[in-house]
Design a binder for this molecule. Structure first.
Ligand SMILES: Nc1ncnc2c1ncn2[C@@H]1O[C@H](COP(=O)(O)OP(=O)(O)OP(=O)(O)O)[C@@H](O)[C@H]1O
Ligand SMILES: Nc1ccn([C@@H]2O[C@H](COP(=O)(O)O)[C@@H](O)[C@H]2O)c(=O)n1
Length: 214
């Protein structure tokens, strides 16, 4: 069984994907980490994330970088968004994601193009979203909790810039996949968002109408 979880930055898709993983007993891949690893590798190599050849060269990153806490920063998220516009970068990462998706027993992947490109035939697809303001507030709280000094206006601007780039790029833009259910978490607690996601997945697996517009 493959479950695809897509959505914009800080929508809560990773939280939901992990909870679905625990509920269904499936391994989870946060595919954004792969793009973040490419972005951070370009930075470390002194390259230009907007330059296709520099971004491609960074795709051969050492997997040890996946454990680097620097990957989680908003700055690296922005670099990831810039390298991810290059088709050559997406091509370099696609097989790794498909191998994870098709492992025996099934898998859950979260990202931007899981339901559209990586696993278009996934058994269940959820598109998680939330308002820009709510997403920025979540980042704000995260940064405070980690001892940072976040600025709400910059967080809103970063999220809007990332949304625009991710949704308007030529290759694998972020959009609602065919057959995906929309889950707006703006007014939901984590617990209720997870319960709603489980109900949507169960309904899709059983071929029942989920009660939301597709
Ligand atoms: N429904 C919710 N209510 C409140 N906080 C939430 C909710 N869902 C997620 N969060 C919190 O918001 C933050 C971002 O969530 P998460 O990392 O799951 O988002 P994401 O979409 O995977 O982000 P990324 O852009 O890093 O991929 C986390 O601190 C998480 O605990
Ligand atoms: N399947 C994916 C996943 C991510 N990206 C790009 O990486 C950026 C960082 O992703 P996070 O989920 O960690 O926030 C994101 O803004 C996308 O540009 C992607 O293209 N495809």
């Amino acid at each position: 069984m493959i479950i695809a979880v897509d959505g914009p930055a800080a929508s809560g898709k990773g939280t939901i994907a992990k909870a679905l993983g625990r509920h269904y007993g499936l391994p989870v891949l946060d595919t954004g980490l792969l793009y973040r690893a490419v972005g951070l590798s370009v930075l470390k190599a002194g390259g230009d994330p907007d330059h296709e050849a520099d971004a491609l060269a960074a795709c051969g990153f050492d997997d040890a970088i996946l454990g680097d806490s620097a990957l989680r920063s908003e700055a690296v998220g922005s670099l990831a968004s810039r390298v991810s516009v290059h088709q050559v970068v997406r091509d370099a990462l696609v097989q790794r994601q498909r191998d994870f998706a098709t492992q025996p027993g099934g898998a859950i992947l979260d990202g931007r193009d899981i339901g559209t490109v990586i696993a278009p035939d996934a058994d269940a697809k959820i598109f998680v979203t939330a308002s820009v303001h709510v997403r920025a507030e979540r980042r704000y709280k995260d940064a405070l909790a980690h001892g940072g000094h976040p600025d709400m206006d910059s967080l809103i601007a970063d999220i809007q810039a990332r949304d625009t780039r991710d949704m308007s790029r030529d290759h694998a833009p972020l959009k609602l996949a065919e057959g995906a259910d929309l889950l707006d978490t703006s007014d939901l607690t984590i617990e209720s968002a997870v319960q709603r996601a489980i109900a949507l997945v169960d309904a899709q697996l059983e071929g029942r109408p989920s009660g939301v517009t597709r």
